[in-house]
Ligand binder design. Structure first.
Ligand SMILES: Nc1ncnc2c1ncn2[C@@H]1O[C@H](COP(=O)(O)OP(=O)(O)OP(=O)(O)O)[C@@H](O)[C@H]1O
Length: 128
């Protein structure tokens, strides 16, 4: 029983290692992910200096996490598509377009959340 429990913990740590390798690969190779990481730093600094509330921080990180996660899945789908069909294929094109559409949805709603947080602060800053 103890061995099984240990294996479970070891397996989880192994999986985490693979996930970190994947995340580092994305950061090193994908321009979109680099842009999102830069945006994360900028938004975190902006949040710090504008004094976000706990709820605003939660929504900001939720929006950032949503966009980065969907972008990562989109990259994964693109790579699978390129692997199974390196040549031009209408169906592959649709698969990639749909996957890119998911990123667009996440980005759009992420931007709305960020807008809800910062637009009132901007208005207050400009007119007070
Ligand atoms: N093998 C293919 N067959 C048909 N259409 C393709 C194929 N590869 C790409 N496309 C079309 O080109 C678009 C862009 O594909 P691509 O793989 O270059 O994604 P991208 O968003 O430009 O990639 P990145 O995330 O690296 O910037 C797809 O959404 C699709 O419409």
């Amino acid at each position: 029983m103890e061995t099984k429990k240990q294996n479970f913990v070891v397996n989880r740590i192994e999986s985490l290692k693979y996930a970190i390798v994947g995340a580092l690969y994305l950061i090193k190779t994908e321009n979109a992910i680099k842009v999102h990481c830069t945006s994360t730093v900028i938004l975190s600094l902006l949040g710090y200096f504008t004094g976000l509330s706990k709820i605003e921080w939660m929504f900001q990180f939720l929006a950032i996490g949503l966009v980065i996660s969907v972008e990562a899945l989109n990259t994964s789908i693109e790579k699978i598509a390129d692997f199974i069909q390196p040549d031009f294929d209408k169906k592959i094109g649709t698969i990639k377009d749909v996957s890119a559409g998911a990123v667009l949805f996440a980005g759009l709603f992420g931007a709305i959340i960020i807008g809800f947080i910062y637009i009132p602060k901007l208005i207050l800053f400009l007119y007070q």
